[in-house]
Design a protein around this ligand. Structure first.
Ligand code: ZN
Length: 353
């Protein structure tokens, strides 16, 4: 199967998060046909090529978001138009999956890199942070480095923002609006408003690859009736953190700064950074010809703990989660060749020491 047909077949199988069974079956079947011994856990598929003391994970996700409004092409009936394949997931991240599968096939045919094992894992529920890569690490065994496939225009991303979500509650004391000036009523919405004004001005240190961090208030809810002083107002704060920020310390700092009560709603998407001297970074820079970049979007890298990793793949992140998502033929072919260079280059870098 050629690269173009392989991508088209992947995009033709609907695989919204949680519904990856069919695409996982298809990927397993292909890999078994190429001679791999395939493992399966839920909708996650993995297999190894080669053996040796070093283990490199090559991973991307099989799932997509739901189709959004505005598609002019059929999201699940992809066709090549000129040099573009339009379809849901073509860019995020089935182009990466296709490139990695073609690399696996090449290694199975031509021989694995010496001195190491390449663990290919195609995983589920990346878009929802569910039963995917984060639940697989024990099954995959010890890993020395990782490549996470996401559309980065083949630029090696060595820093990725995390996400810290805070649930803030302003407390007040309710009362009739008409008597508010004479009673002990305290308006929780007014308290929340003062805190939100403080949040809008908060500044955190800039990161060399990722830039500034701003606190964004994304949801607010308060008040029961138009004539009652509200006693609570709840709002959510979304912080896209840099690797210089510790989530617990940042939450504590915000709690100290605000009058409202602050609770951590989600802190598991940790910010990530891999040092430039790591063999996986050196190999990715050499394979791409571009220097390291930062990325604002979360990915499964967040769940890889301290394993040195690079996020890189064909396609453009700005096309993800959008109507008429596409990948070009040139991007697809460059991606497949890139992952093969990267995998071989990694083990050469390791051997060089
Ligand atoms: Zn993705």
């Amino acid at each position: 199967m050629k690269a173009a047909e392989l991508l088209q077949a992947l995009v033709a199988i609907p695989s919204v998060s949680g519904d990856e069974g069919r695409i996982a079956d298809t990927v397993s079947g292909w890999a078994e046909g190429w001679g791999a011994r395939v493992h399966r856990k839920g909708h996650n598929v993995w297999f190894s090529v080669g053996s040796g003391p070093r283990r490199l994970l090559v991973n991307s996700h099989l799932d997509t978001v739901k189709p959004c409004a505005g598609w002019t092409y059929a999201p699940h009936a992809p066709e090549w138009r000129e040099d573009r394949l339009y379809g849901l997931g073509s860019n995020d991240a089935k182009g990466c999956v296709a490139g990695m599968l073609l690399t696996a096939r090449t290694l199975l045919e031509e021989g694995a890199p010496t001195g190491g094992e390449v663990v290919f894992a195609f995983t589920a529920e990346e878009e929802t942070g569910g039963q995917g890569l984060g639940t697989m690490l024990d099954a995959l065994g010890p890993l020395d480095a990782a490549v996470v496939g996401e559309p980065t225009s083949l630029k090696p991303c060595t820093a990725q923002r995390g996400m810290l979500l805070l649930r803030c509650t302003a407390h007040g004391r309710s009362g009739h609006v008409a008597h508010a000036h004479t009673t002990q009523a305290v308006n929780a919405i007014h308290t929340a408003a003062r805190d939100i004004a403080v949040l809008a001005e908060l500044r955190f240190p800039s990161h060399p690859l990722l830039g500034e961090v701003r606190a964004q208030v994304t949801q607010i809810n308060g008040g029961l009736a138009r004539n009652q002083v509200p006693d609570t107002c709840e709002f959510f704060v979304d912080l896209r953190t840099t690797p210089d920020m510790d989530h617990a310390q940042t939450a504590a700092y915000v709690a100290k700064t605000l009058t409202s009560e602050v609770q951590v709603h989600s802190a598991r998407y940790l910010p990530k950074h891999t040092e430039a001297h790591q063999p996986i970074v050196r190999a990715a820079v050499a394979a791409s010809g571009e220097g390291p970049v930062g990325s604002s979007t979360a990915s499964d890298w967040a769940f890889l703990g301290g394993i040195p990793a690079v996020k890189v793949g064909p396609g453009d992140t700005l096309r993800s989660h959008q109507a008429d998502e596409y990948l070009t033929r040139a991007e697809l072919e460059a991606g497949a060749a890139f992952y093969t260079r990267l995998v071989r280059g990694y083990f050469e870098e390791v051997a060089r020491g």
